[in-house]
Write a protein that binds this ligand. Structure first.
Ligand code: UT7
Length: 329
């Protein structure tokens, strides 16, 4: 029997916009305080793209960083998969923009939309292509620029989000290391608690949509909060079960970075110690599909995960969508 093919991460990268928006800056924009934001979310600052910077600009830089760390040339890539809910435009996809910018001539390219869970959905997709033998090397990106669809007058949402991009190269390998399992879930009956109503085919942007700011994020924060905790715990346990592992086997867990209180609740319910939980929400806020991969890039470069150790990524987002992936590094 041929040895089982595994999708292994052979290099990661990220790109953060240079502009920093602090809680003190937000105090000047809406009726809020640094104290409220820190105590309710753990966020101190976030990165924001300028009017000239787009999702693909961040994605290209993150991709170049990941390719360099993976010692991989763009020409070697079989596929480019970009997880985002804030593409440059309806079409072409960010994936195709990247394919040209990187010179990844033989790669097919597409975008995948699962909001904040996007990167986990992307991992599941890339894993399947690699394990089936359909691809050997895939560039997987998690990128979002939620600042472009944020209502900067709504204090209940504008304090939460930031922009960023993370990337990794997945390679077909036969050793023990790689993505061991992925669990995905969705509940499309509960769309109202987190959505951008206008800008698509149901409600194209018109003057009324602009006046009412319907082209920006609308969220029932407390409801999203409750479901985020429940579903991330469920997903984390399910992916561990699929990999035949237990929470105590984990060297590191990287939860979606939306709110420090959500992260702490998830860790408590999984009975994980503080030093097993990766947190960078204080620096970047919620970057949607970019959170887990940016965190993975930082965790790895900080030496928080070593070869052979077990880690898990878990996320929750609009859709509703959720998922978790167990990785042997
Ligand atoms: O990736 C998935 C997407 N999103 C999330 O995961 C976010 C999930 N939700 C959350 O993180 C939290 O629900 C929030 C941080 C959004 C809100 O925290 P909360 O503890 O659930 O507060 P709340 O919405 O229940 O609001 C409490 C109070 C309200 O005032 P009253 O009605 O009690 O007088 C709000 O009007 O806090 C007020 N408030 C603020 N005050 C100061 C809401 N936003 C702010 C603000 N500054 N920025």
């Amino acid at each position: 029997m041929l040895p089982k093919k595994r999708a292994r991460i052979i290099g990661t990268g990220k790109c953060m916009p240079k502009t920093v928006l602090t809680n003190q800056d937000l105090e000047k924009m809406v009726n809020t305080t640094d104290e409220w934001i820190k105590s309710r979310t753990g966020i101190k600052e976030r990165r924001i793209t300028t009017a000239k910077e787009s999702t693909s600009d961040l994605a290209i830089q993150a991709a170049k960083d990941a390719l360099e760390n993976a010692h991989t040339k763009a020409e070697e890539l079989d596929a480019i998969l970009v997880c985002t809910c804030t593409p440059d435009m309806f079409f072409p996809s960010v994936g195709c923009i990247l394919q040209a910018a990187l010179g990844a001539k033989k790669a097919w390219a597409m975008d995948l939309s699962a909001a904040c869970s996007g990167f986990i959905y992307g991992m599941a997709t890339a894993k399947s292509f690699i394990e089936s033998g359909a691809a050997q090397k895939i560039l997987l990106i998690g990128v979002d620029t939620l600042s472009k669809i944020t209502n900067w007058q709504d204090r209940s949402t504008c304090i939460l989000f930031g922009d960023g991009a993370g990337a990794c190269v997945l390679s077909s390998e036969t050793g023990e290391s790689g993505i061991l399992s992925v669990f995905l879930g969705a509940d499309g009956s509960n769309t109202e608690i987190l959505k951008v109503p206008a800008g698509g085919s149901r409600m194209p942007i018109d003057q009324n949509a602009l006046n009412e700011k319907l082209n920006t994020i609308k969220m029932d924060g407390p409801e999203v909060y409750k479901l985020a905790v429940t579903k991330m715990v469920e997903a984390a346990k399910a992916a561990l079960r699929l990999a035949d592992k237990k929470p105590t086997d984990l060297k590191l867990i990287i939860p979606h970075q939306a709110n420090l209180r959500i992260i702490e609740s998830v860790a408590k319910r999984l009975e994980l110690k503080e030093d097993v939980v990766f947190v960078n929400v204080q620096k970047y806020g919620n970057m949607s599909a970019a959170t887990t991969i940016v965190a993975l890039d930082e965790a790895q470069k900080e030496g928080r995960i070593k070869q052979g150790e077990l880690l898990e990524l878990v996320a929750f987002g609009a859709g509703l969508t959720w998922g978790a992936a167990v990785i042997q590094w």
